[in-house]
Design a protein around this ligand. Structure first.
Ligand code: TF8
Length: 337
């Protein structure tokens, strides 16, 4: 007599738990470490936590993501090795530090490649961006999405940089790859490659005089405490990239992989918006903190571009002419749109 009610109740309970499309065993209990290099209170930190929240919600709390900042899990290059070895699950970091693993990533370090962040979005998310990202798989990592680090600007503790010659003899920390080293040597600086995690101390102890990063990072990493001069140069747009350990990825169910991909896209869109809004405010904040700011005049920017033509030729050679042409065509198309 009461049996039908029991069945109906059971059925309702089963539907409430998973729904017909999602079998309960699609999601296993997992603890995921998502590492990043900037402080918790940064665009990187905010987006990593958003990603974590999305994943937890989508898996009903089964997959728990810990966003771990401050390079506590290691510098970008150390985390990459941990991902390849399967000792860490996810990270976000600069594409520049991946050039030693996937040489084609060097295209994103091309000085003055993009004029606007919107152009960068179109090219990075389009076919050539996808193609370069896909090259990570053979090296032990799965690339999910590009986030925005942003347009880079110069800071230093020696003097205002108003013309090329002012860079002469400035010991400038650069990211660890040949494009950055060559670019700044060509511009006359004394380029010193260092991991980001060692940068604040290097600036504070005057082991180096300057560095270059977007306004957001100059603010969140408190570089204004140890750097007097800021030059608005916008000399290159830097992406970040969210990568996953391939070893770990291959243990996930298709449903779990989809959750990570979807959360990555949500985090990307939110991160880019956050970064762009913050950049405007950050410049004003840096002025208020006492940094002396100047903008590189168009004529000086042109001189820089001309000097850097040899660097571009070097990038085309190392990534292969075909890839270089694809990137150039994609930029031209994005610009015309
Ligand atoms: C740099 C980058 C940094 C990133 C970050 C630690 O200067 O711009 O933002 O590497 O992930 O190293």
């Amino acid at each position: 007599m009461r049996l039908p009610y029991v069945f109906a109740g059971l059925l309702a309970a089963m539907l409430a738990v998973g729904g017909p499309a999602q079998a309960a065993d699609d999601f296993k209990p997992r603890l995921v470490r998502f590492g990043f290099g900037l402080v918790d209170d940064s665009n990187q930190g905010r987006a990593a936590r958003l990603f974590a929240k999305e994943v937890e919600q989508a898996t009903g709390g089964k997959m728990r993501v810990r966003a771990i900042g401050n390079a506590s899990l290691g510098s970008d290059t150390q985390m990459q090795q941990a991902l390849i070895g399967g000792a860490q699950e996810i990270m976000v970091g600069s594409t520049a530090t991946l050039v030693g693993i996937v040489p084609e990533m060097a295209v994103w370090d091309t000085p003055f490649l993009f004029n606007t962040a919107e152009e960068a979005d179109v090219v990075l998310d389009g076919p050539v961006g996808e193609k370069i990202k896909a090259k990570l798989e053979a090296k032990g990592m799965v690339g999910l999405v590009y986030w925005e680090n942003g347009f880079r600007n110069l800071t230093n503790s020696k003097r205002p940089v108003e013309k090329l010659e002012d860079l002469g003899g400035v010991k400038l920390r650069v990211m660890q790859n040949n494009v950055f080293i060559d670019s700044f040597k060509t511009l006359g600086a004394n380029a010193v490659p260092l991991p980001f995690s060692e940068l604040f101390t290097a600036l504070e102890t005057r082991a180096v005089d300057g560095q270059e990063n977007p306004f957001n990072t100059v603010l969140s990493s408190k570089f204004y405490e140890v750097q007097k001069y800021l030059t608005v140069s916008n000399h290159v747009y830097s992406p970040w990239i969210v990568t996953v350990s391939k070893k770990w990825w291959d243990t996930l169910s298709p449903a779990e992989q989809k959750v990570l991909k979807d959360a990555a896209i949500k985090s990307r869109d939110a991160e880019r918006q956050d970064t762009r809004q913050e950049a405007v405010k950050a410049l004003a904040d840096l002025k208020a903190k006492g940094m002396q700011v100047n903008t590189l005049q168009p004529a000086e920017v042109d001189r820089m571009r001309e000097r850097l033509a040899s660097v571009n030729a070097g990038i085309a050679k190392s990534v292969g002419q075909e890839t270089w042409n694809e990137v150039e065509a994609a930029v031209a198309q994005a610009r015309a749109a």
